[in-house]
Design a protein around this ligand. Structure first.
Ligand code: GLN
Length: 454
């Protein structure tokens, strides 16, 4: 399998999905897996995976697709990758992404755009972002699964754009230790795979309490694969009316209806629900995420990691910080740092950051209420459109790009699990996904509902 993937990557169409290949590590791990075959082999014995560049991997370049981390090779392994390796997984290499996971199209990467294997005519399409390399690699069969991270939709949106499955677990289900931080109260890692079953197996290997991440939860990890019975009789599926956005394409509306029908045919009850604060989610997210990012990214100062600018005569330490950060961070990252610094500044803290936190609490309460009323899962579209063309949005107003996350950010703000499942194609023949949102810690139920939609 490892040889087949390495050959496919070599021969592969230029998707720019992998940004560092690790064939020696892969072959060593694959040989060890062969030796372990049978007795004592883990759930992922010999399974070749791609790892998003946001994960620190020991001795292997881990740059978060940023020039500021050029040459950074961590001396430690992230908890998620350690767990995957313990389960027998093989690492093929590191995957492209938006710089520091900021973006929805993989166009902010220092390695250049990742490309969606799906296309219309000869137009190159985005695989989505920020886990664009992960999505492209899995969709093109360059690996059997990949890790992603999701702060506002970065697993679910690229999964939808490439016709694969992606799950963002409940906040705290998967350790964040060793993953480059973007917005620590929103970040979660999860698997991106071809099928729901593969997602269940991978999530089982990634999840679990980690004393090195104080926000990781000490609760048991169920057997997610065993939960895939397909039996959802009597389950209540909420359809939130606020997600029926004005100007929503008819195709997305039709896909949503198809999803409702599939779940109803399997015996679930479809219920109209209201999540009244939905319209404030995007603005709250784009205050909270940059605020946390501006703080997390303060550590890239030219002293501790990666890149340091060349200094001129008479330059002091402040010049060094300024030049290093101006050279090392791309435009979108600089924009986020500036927005974040602004909303956290003494004069504007109450007006922006504190208000966004209050809105976040209301959004969480909306979900708590519908779950308390007996809703088991919520069905929504995953994205407002199918994959758009590379370069099409790059020069538009950045807010245009932010609108892509309209269906996904609520889940991160509320800390809930969310999954994107491919359910159909649009008129152009491009994949579309639906999102299921679950109760906290109910990834098992969520995966089972998603299995019905496959
Ligand atoms: N697109 C969103 C952003 O740019 C979400 C990114 C993510 O989930 N990492 O912030």
């Amino acid at each position: 399998l490892t040889m087949a993937c390495l050959t496919a990557i070599d021969a592969g169409t230029p998707l720019n999905a992998f940004v560092h290949l690790t064939p020696e590590i892969a072959l060593d791990q694959a040989r060890a897996a062969d030796a372990r075959r049978g007795e004592g082999a883990g759930a992922l014995n010999g399974i070749p995976l791609g790892i998003k560049d946001l994960f620190c991997t020991r001795g292997v370049a881990s740059q978060a697709a940023s020039n500021i981390l050029k040459g950074f090779k961590p001396e430690y392994e992230s908890t998620v990758t350690s767990k995957l390796f313990e389960a027998g997984a093989v690492m093929l290499g590191k995957l492209n992404m938006d710089e520091f996971a900021m973006g929805s199209s993989n166009e902010t990467s220092c390695y250049g755009d990742a490309v969606n294997p799906w296309k219309v005519d000869d137009r190159k399409l985005t695989p989505g972002g920020s886990s664009g390399g992960s999505a492209a690699a899995v969709a093109a069969d360059l690996c059997l699964g990949a890790t992603g991270t999701d702060t506002g939709g970065s697993i679910r949106q690229p999964a939808a754009f490439t016709g694969i499955v992606g799950i963002k677990p409940t906040y705290g289900r998967v350790s964040r230790w060793g993953i480059v931080a973007f917005a620590s109260s929103l970040d979660q890692a999860g698997p991106m795979t071809k099928t729901v079953r593969d997602a269940a197996i991978l999530l089982g290997a990634m999840a679990g309490h980690d004393p090195k991440d104080s926000t990781s939860a000490d609760i048991p990890v169920p057997d997610f694969e065993a939960a895939l019975t397909g039996d959802i009789r009597g389950k209540k599926i909420g359809i939130p009316r606020e997600y029926r956005m004005e100007g929503m394409p008819a195709e997305i509306e039709a896909l949503w209806a198809k999803g409702r029908e599939m779940l109803a045919d399997a015996g679930a009850e479809i219920v109209d629900i209201s999540l009244p604060h939905t319209k404030y989610a995007l603005p709250a997210y784009y205050v909270i995420a940059p605020a946390e990012a501006s703080s997390n990214l303060a550590r890239y100062d030219g002293v501790r990691y990666g890149h340091r600018a060349k200094l001129g005569q008479g330059d002091g330490i402040v010049d060094m910080y300024e030049k290093t950060r101006a050279e090392g961070f791309g435009k979108e990252v600089q924009r986020r740092v500036m927005i974040g610094t602004y909303v956290l500044s003494a004069g504007f803290y109450d007006a922006y950051y504190n208000r966004a936190r209050k809105v976040r609490a209301l959004i969480k309460r909306d979900f708590d209420q519908v779950f308390a009323e007996g809703i088991d899962a919520i069905l929504t579209p995953a994205t407002p459109s199918s994959a758009f063309g590379l370069g099409e949005m790059a020069h538009a107003d950045p807010v245009e790009m932010y609108l892509n996350d309209v269906f996904t950010v609520t889940v991160n703000l509320a800390g809930l699990p969310g999954i994107s499942v491919p359910v159909g194609l649009d008129a152009k023949g491009l994949p579309l996904g639906l999102q299921l949102i679950g109760r906290p810690w109910d990834e098992a139920g969520l995966l089972n509902h998603a299995h019905v939609l496959e």
